[in-house]
Design a binder for this molecule. Structure first.
Ligand SMILES: Cc1cc2nc3c(=O)[nH]c(=O)nc-3n(C[C@H](O)[C@H](O)[C@H](O)COP(=O)(O)OP(=O)(O)OC[C@H]3O[C@@H](n4cnc5c(N)ncnc54)[C@H](O)[C@@H]3O)c2cc1C
Length: 562
């Protein structure tokens, strides 16, 4: 169960007959890989309705991963179509609680979605564009529900940005099939999430890459071509004619409110307040987070759970002194304000990945793409390339995400007895976010020291983090577990104590998140002696790291034996 499962959600999960079978059979996994649903969707779209009759509106179907107005490709195309046909643009958002349960969405993420939807509704309102938020329960019926709504509105076209997860691709495929059968509505799903779309970065024999370094070597030149349009900003939607507010059907949509919560995913008031202080909603906040990362110096108070947008950020030279400038050397430090914290905004699409690259290059005065390991901007763009990489994997090799989960409570509670792991896990509970190194250390510890199935961790992170993103999360877990694509070699096992000394040298990160250890001084903070830990009410380590390491190596070498 997630960090904040309500009794209603626990019951829904227990009763859930709609949950997908999370461990696919070998046969089904192979089938999905042989004919990835992404290509099935693109084929169905091309075989769908062409040149529909004009209709009364064009619909943009906004989803969980594209919650913005700026630089949004499907929205821009929907707007262009509406302008061309001289009919209004309507924006639809379907809340689907069953999908959120089935996909382990965190209550934080759903609350963030609702907060962002409210901002979007206000912004669209200024353009006389209605945002209609519907809640639909049977997840499997969403395609017919959306199609019925489109018929009711006499829509000619629906546009959406592609979501690359298997269930979402199959949902859109079903909509294309229903629309084709009725013959009235043209469906267009476009690439928007990645900087370079999945399918465009291919090995010489036409396959997708499964190893990051060669992927990056092929990815960067695609962007660097002078003819590349990958980083172009999609235009803002044009305003509807003001008269739409009086339209018998569409006028009413302006009054439809974004719900204040989704049942089973509500946060208690204290948590809602806390999480919205760390993660302000809206595009302006996302751009401000980015601006500060690129142009201001790290602030000592910023590594922990504090409001990131308080006044007083000091502007500095972006190439040297800003967080971006220092990213090359400082990015792995967990005890400081070193990274951008843009992941919740990227995961929800409150800002586009293209905008991140464009702004980073501009701030560092670069005319050409930089993916070098020797500059802050190059290293940062490499991280965005990891995001593309993992999304390409999910799209091209769907089997990677067709796994399942098992338990491990001490780890979830941040009570393993290893301070850096516990600080990381408690950061996740408090903030709904973790530093990348924290994720790697906690993930590696679960998988290699505790020898617990990585799918438990994958599920728990999705249920807890505000930036939960299937591709990055699944990729990170399989890297840590030395499974799947581009894994860490199985014998690379982080020593959590040396990691702790390197990434949190003074122990400030640990003290912040593990208050029982706040008074521990010096090197003991990384591995408190047992008598001291006992006195402070801090647990003994669950395992001895050196023994656990040997056990993991033995198991990985001798798969299938005890
Ligand atoms: C086990 C594990 C699980 C993870 N789960 C998620 C997740 O659910 N959602 C998520 O967005 N990231 C996930 N990551 C990747 C990474 O930890 C976060 O993206 C990063 O910590 C976010 O902080 P930031 O925005 O300050 O990153 P920065 O260092 O500023 O990087 C900028 C952006 O690049 C992307 N990025 C950075 N590192 C990675 C990476 N290793 N893989 C993919 N993209 C990356 C993110 O979009 C990030 O916001 C996971 C990593 C691991 C090891």
């Amino acid at each position: 169960m997630g960090a904040s499962d309500s009794p209603a959600m626990k019951k829904a999960k227990a009763d859930a007959k709609f949950l997908p079978n999370k461990i696919a059979t070998a046969e089904n996994a192979a089938k999905a890989d042989a004919a990835p649903p992404l290509f099935q969707l693109l084929d169905a779209m091309h075989a769908g309705v062409k040149n529909p009759a004009k209709g009364d509106c064009v619909v943009y179907w906004m989803r969980l991963e594209d919650m913005r107005i700026k630089d949004n490709r499907a929205l821009a195309q929907a707007s262009a179509q509406a302008q061309k046909d001289g009919i209004p643009l309507v924006v639809l958002f379907v809340l689907s609680p069953q999908d959120y349960i089935a996909h382990d969405r965190s209550a934080r993420r759903i609350d963030f979605t609702l907060r962002n939807l409210r901002c979007i509704k206000d912004d669209l309102d200024k353009l006389d564009i209605p945002l209609y938020t519907a809640t639909h329960t049977p997840r499997k019926q969403i395609p017919s529900f959306v199609h019925d709504l489109l018929l009711q509105w006499n829509a000619s076209h629906v546009f959406g940005n592609i979501e690359y997860e298997v269930d979402e691709l199959r949902r859109d495929l079903a909509l294309c099939q229903i629309a084709k059968k009725h013959g009235k509505i043209a469906c267009t799903f476009v690439h928007d999430k990645c900087i370079v779309p999945p399918g465009d970065v291919r090995t010489k024999d036409g396959r997708g890459y499964t190893v990051y370094s060669p992927f990056l070597r092929a990815w960067a030149p695609i962007l660097d071509k002078t003819s590349s349009r990958h980083l172009d900003e999609a235009p803002l939607p044009a305003a509807n004619d003001h008269s739409v507010r009086k339209h018998a059907t569409f006028g009413k949509l302006f009054n439809a409110q974004v719900p204040s919560e989704v049942e089973g995913f509500s946060l208690d008031p204290e948590e809602r307040e806390r999480i919205s202080t760390f993660w302000h909603a809206g595009e302006a906040a996302a751009h401000e987070m980015l601006y500060r990362f690129l142009n201001t110096a790290a602030r000592p108070s910023q590594f922990g759970a504090v409001d990131p947008l308080t006044k007083g950020a000091k502007e500095v030279d972006p190439t040297k002194q800003s967080r971006l400038g220092k990213y090359k050397d400082a990015r792995d430090l967990m005890d400081a304000d070193t990274t951008s914290r843009i992941s919740p905004y990227l995961a929800a699409g409150v800002i586009s990945a293209r905008a991140c690259v464009r702004e980073a290059l501009k701030a560092s005065g670069k005319k050409k793409l930089d993916v070098s390991r020797d500059t802050g901007v190059g290293r940062w763009i490499q991280e965005l390339a990891w995001r593309d990489f993992y999304t390409h994997i999910v799209a091209l090799f769907p089997r990677v995400s067709m796994g399942a989960a098992l338990p491990g409570e001490a780890w979830k509670d941040g009570r393993t007895g290893v301070p850096i792991v516990d600080a990381a896990m408690r950061q996740a509970r408090t903030m709904g976010w973790m530093h990348n190194r924290a994720r790697m250390i906690a993930a590696m510890y679960l998988v290699k020291d505790l020898m617990i199935d990585w799918r438990l961790g994958e599920k728990y992170f999705m249920e807890t983090l505000i930036d939960g993103d299937l591709a990055s999360n699944n990729g990170g877990w399989q890297w840590s577990a030395s499974t799947g694509v581009d894994p860490a070699p199985y014998f690379r096992i982080f020593n959590p104590y040396t990691q702790s000394q390197k990434t949190d040298p003074e122990g400030e990160y640990i003290r912040h998140f593990v208050p029982e250890l706040a008074k521990v001084r010096g090197k003991d903070i990384h591995q408190p002696p047992l008598h001291l830990a006992d006195k402070l009410g801090y647990p003994e380590p669950l395992v001895n790291h050196n023994e656990a390491r040997q056990r993991a190596i033995h198991r990985y070498k001798n798969i299938g034996t005890k």
